[in-house]
Design a protein around this ligand. Structure first.
Ligand SMILES: [Zn+2]
Length: 366
C-alpha cells in the first residue's frame, strides 16, 4: 500500500497554497488500522508545528487489495482522497462509480477535489472523503460490474472470492469511518434526477431535502417487499450505512451519457457539504429545489414476455390512470394502475427483469 500526503495552508488570503505538489511521504503499511493511526499522527504533527492557519490536509491512498488478493485484478486499485479540517465536525463520504459504467460521480468528485485544492472550496470543519471510482475494473471496461453487482455485496467478506467482494471490504471500512454518506449514480434513459430516501429517520429526511433536485423517491424497499422479496436492498451502501446509524442517500443524476449529469452530481456534493456545514459560504450555496416533491414507489413491473415500451419514456414522466405504458407481442399490455409517474424505465430489460417502476405522489392514498 502506498500513501501520499499533500498539504495545503492558508498563508495566502484568497487561496490555499499548495505546499507539496507531490506526495512527500510514501510508506508501506500492512493494514488500514495502522494507516489510520499514521494519518492521525500526521495531522497532530501539523497542529503541533504551529500550522494553525492550515485548514485542510488531503490524504491520497492508492492501494492494492490488501487482503492478499493476488488475482487478475491486482492492478485495479481504489484511489481515496480525504480532506480534513483541524476543526471538529462531521465526516462525509462521497462515492462515485459504484457501477462502473456510471461516470458522472467520478468526474464530479474529481472536480470537487480540484476545487478544494485550488482553494475555491474551503473546508471549515470536519472531514470529507472521496472515492471517485468505487469499482475500478468495471469502470475501465465500461460495464456495470465484473462478477457481481457491487451494490448488493456491501458487507464484510471474510473470504472474498469475487472481485466486487474485495472492493466491498474497502468500502465498508470507509463507511464505518464516516458519519454521512452520499452515493452518486446515473441511469439508463433520459429524465429528471432524483434522490432516493430509503429510510425515514429525521436526519435522512433533512439530508434529502438539501439537494437541488425536484424529486425524492421513497418506498423502494416496501415496494419490493410487496412483491414478496425481502431485503432487496440488503448489501447496498445506504443500507450498510443505516445499519451503522449513518444517514445515507443515493442520488441518480440523469442518463449515463448526458454531460449535464456531472453538474447535477457536483451540485449534490456541494449541497451535502453545505448541509453539514463543512464548507464556507453555505448560505449562498444552499438552494434546495423550490418545488421539491416526493414520489412513492407503488409497483414494480417485471417484463413477463416479449414486448416493448410504447415510447421512449423518461424518468418521472407523468402518466394518467389507464394509459398504456408497454405492449406485449401477444397484444396484452401494461397500463398505469392510477395517476402517477414512471420511474427508471429500462427499454432493453430481458424477460423476468424489472421493466419499469410506477410511482405515485407520496402523500396520496396507499
Ligand atoms: Zn448505479
Amino acid at each position: 500500500m502506498v500513501v501520499g500526503f499533500s498539504l495545503f495552508t492558508e498563508k495566502q488570503p484568497r487561496s490555499s497554497q499548495h505546499v507539496a505538489s507531490r506526495p512527500f511521504g510514501s510508506i508501506q503499511k500492512k493494514n488500514t488500522k495502522e494507516l489510520a493511526s499514521y494519518w492521525r499522527t500526521a495531522i497532530k504533527a501539523l497542529q503541533l508545528c504551529g500550522q494553525e492557519k492550515q485548514t485542510d490536509i488531503s490524504w491520497h491512498c492508492t492501494h492494492l487489495h490488501e487482503d492478499g488478493f493476488q488475482g487478475k485484478h491486482m492492478n485495479e486499485s481504489h484511489d481515496i482522497t480525504r480532506f480534513s479540517s483541524i476543526n471538529k465536525g462531521p465526516h462525509l463520504l462521497v462515492l462515485g462509480s459504484i457501477h462502473g459504467n456510471e461516470i458522472c460521480g467520478k468526474i464530479a468528485i474529481q472536480r470537487a477535489i480540484e476545487l478544494f485544492r485550488r482553494g475555491k472550496w474551503k473546508l471549515k470543519a470536519g472531514t470529507v472523503t472521496f472515492l471517485p471510482v468505487a469499482n475500478p475494473l468495471a469502470h475501465k471496461r465500461d460495464i456495470r460490474f465484473v462478477d457481481v453487482n457491487l451494490n448488493r455485496v456491501i458487507k464484510e467478506h471474510k473470504n472474498p472470492k469475487r472481485y466486487e467482494e474485495f472492493l466491498a471490504n474497502t468500502i465498508v471500512r470507509l463507511i464505518k469511518e464516516c458519519d454521512w454518506l452520499l452515493d452518486i449514480h446515473s441511469f439508463h434513459t433520459r429524465g429528471a434526477p432524483a434522490v432516493f430516501r430509503d429510510f425515514n429517520d429525521k436526519r435522512t429526511k433533512a439530508f434529502c431535502q438539501c439537494f437541488e433536485v425536484e424529486c425524492i423517491i421513497t418506498g423502494w424497499i416496501q415496494m419490493y417487499e410487496a412483491l414478496g422479496k425481502k431485503n432487496v436492498n440488503a448489501g447496498d451502501t445506504v443500507s450498510f450505512a443505516h445499519q451503522h446509524k449513518k444517514p445515507g442517500v443515493v442520488i441518480e443524476c440523469g442518463q449515463h451519457s448526458d454531460p449535464k449529469n456531472t453538474k447535477v452530481a457536483l451540485t449534490a456534493i456541494e449541497n451535502a457539504l453545505a448541509h453539514l456545514n463543512l464548507i464556507e459560504g453555505t448560505s449562498k450555496r444552499r438552494k434546495p429545489a423550490k418545488k421539491q416533491g416526493a414520489v412513492r414507489g407503488y409497483k414494480i413491473v417485471l417484463k413477463q414476455k416479449e414486448g416493448e415500451l410504447t415510447k421512449i419514456w423518461k424518468n418521472l414522466d407523468k402518466i394518467r390512470a389507464g394509459e398504456v405504458i408497454a405492449v406485449y407481442k401477444d397484444g396484452s399490455c401494461e397500463r398505469a394502475p392510477r395517476d402517477g409517474h414512471i420511474i427508471l424505465p429500462k427499454p432493453w430489460a430481458k424477460t423476468g427483469e424489472e421493466w419499469f417502476y410506477f410511482g405515485v405522489p407520496e402523500l396520496s392514498k396507499p
